[in-house]
Design a protein around this ligand. Structure first.
Ligand SMILES: *Cc1c(COP(=O)(O)O)cnc(C)c1O
Length: 398
């Protein structure tokens, strides 16, 4: 079938909440994608930071196939071995005490928010307790997650949302301090802001927020849905800062393409909710947990985190060169394989040219920033190839 026919059918059938690129992908191999015409593309988007192990990870594929034949689903009224093993492995790499598996990132945030609320309730706080979140954050599209997403454009059509959310400036400790009071029950933020433009938290900021939370007996909740699972060059980005959150969320790369996320908690946050407080039909089912298990095994066996450190440093060097070379490239941020290049104008034309002419899949973060979140298994040669194609795209539109 012609590409345009697919697009016409999609626009006819699918709820129109996306402006999509005119591209229909069919299959993937390694770090390459192929469209329905058989054309090959170099993928530096990884399905929005999801396909960490790329498209040819046999360990994950086989685990899912075997589990599908054996038992894809059993409700959470019963125990299942894949969830137990995946849970144990996730606790081992996160230093957390308890894990709850979800179907998505936004649901992991809902769980974290429920822990915060339950924690406040358990302490007997008056119902006007507050949660501090950050401007330019992104935590998901469900109503709770949207409530802590510091983006007026996303929030406005869906107000009223959860009340008593206060927004501070990310990386501005004084702005957090100014909002803190004995009404504060939790702070939620990304360790590295993703959608907001790839802004890593500074060490001073995270440590300062941790101290404020301790001082006021509030929970520090770190959203690692995008920056976690090895992407920052640590298993979880917070592990680079010498502080530990009470609650953290993960998702995106956890299942390498199967829909699975999790919220994790330690200490007092790990026991705030009790049986009956939370649940899910699909969450943590054997199918997705078989995938998460295989993903966590591959991370260990292949030292994916070490690889990200090495290739990430190489990508960093190459992107620094672009800042020096092009006047239109004005800033570069990030670490590991989550990096951003900021332009002096909207990056839409560069991203579109890269895709359609250079067969390079890039995604943006905000209007002026190209976000680099490739599969974690890319090699330096892929970085070199990406840079050649990106330069051609920049030249073509400037
Ligand atoms: C993607 C993302 C989410 C939402 O995850 P979904 O699976 O799309 O619901 C939440 N937080 C961050 C930091 C994200 O990048």
């Amino acid at each position: 079938m012609e590409k345009q026919q697919y697009i016409d059918r999609a626009e006819h059938a699918l709820y129109k909440v996306y402006n999509r690129f005119p591209m229909v992908f069919d299959h993937g191999e390694g770090v390459k994608l192929y469209d329905t015409d058989g054309q090959e593309y170099l993928d530096f988007g990884a399905g929005i930071a999801v396909m960490g192990l790329g498209y040819s990870c046999d360990e994950v594929k086989n685990a899912v196939k075997e589990q599908m034949d054996k038992l894809p689903h059993i409700s959470n009224l019963f125990y299942n071995e894949p969830a137990i093993s995946a849970g144990e492995k996730l606790l081992a790499v996160s230093q957390m005490d308890k894990v709850f598996f979800t179907n998505s990132g936004t649901e992991a945030i809902e769980g974290a928010l429920k822990i915060a609320k339950r924690y406040a309730y358990n302490k007997g706080m008056a119902p006007d307790y507050e949660i501090i979140a950050m401007k330019h954050s992104f935590h998901g599209r469900s109503l709770g997650a949207l409530s802590v997403t510091g983006n007026d454009h996303y929030q406005e059509p869906f107000a009223p949302l959860i009340p008593n959310i206060r927004f501070a400036e990310f990386n501005n400790l004084d702005s957090v301090k100014a909002l803190f009071s004995d009404k504060t029950c939790a702070v939620i933020m990304e360790t590295i802001q993703g959608e907001g433009g790839i802004y890593p938290a500074t060490e001073e900021f995270i440590k300062g927020v941790r101290a404020l939370c301790d001082e006021h007996d509030a929970l520090l909740m770190l959203d690692e849905i995008q920056c976690g699972m090895g992407r920052s060059g640590e298993m979880f980005a917070w592990q680079d800062y010498g502080v530990k959150p009470d609650v953290m969320t993960t998702a995106k790369a956890l299942g390498n393409g199967t829909p699975v996320g999790a919220f994790l908690a330690c200490g007092k946050a790990a026991t705030a909710m009790v049986p009956g407080d939370h649940g899910t039909t699909y969450g943590g089912n054997p199918l997705v947990c078989a995938a998460a298990n295989a993903v966590l095994d591959v991370f260990k066996e292949k030292n994916i985190v070490g690889h990200v450190k090495e290739v990430g440093a190489y990508l960093y060097e190459k992107l620094e060169e672009l800042v020096a070379e092009y006047d239109c490239v004005i800033a570069h941020r990030g670490k590991g394989l989550i990096q951003g290049l900021e332009f002096n104008s909207a990056v839409g034309p560069v991203v579109t040219n890269a895709l359609l002419e250079q067969h390079l899949v890039l995604i943006s973060a905000g209007a002026n920033i190209i976000r680099f979140v490739p599969p974690l298994v890319i090699e330096k040669a892929d970085v070199d190839e990406m840079v050649v194609r990106l330069k051609a795209a920049i030249e073509a539109v400037k």
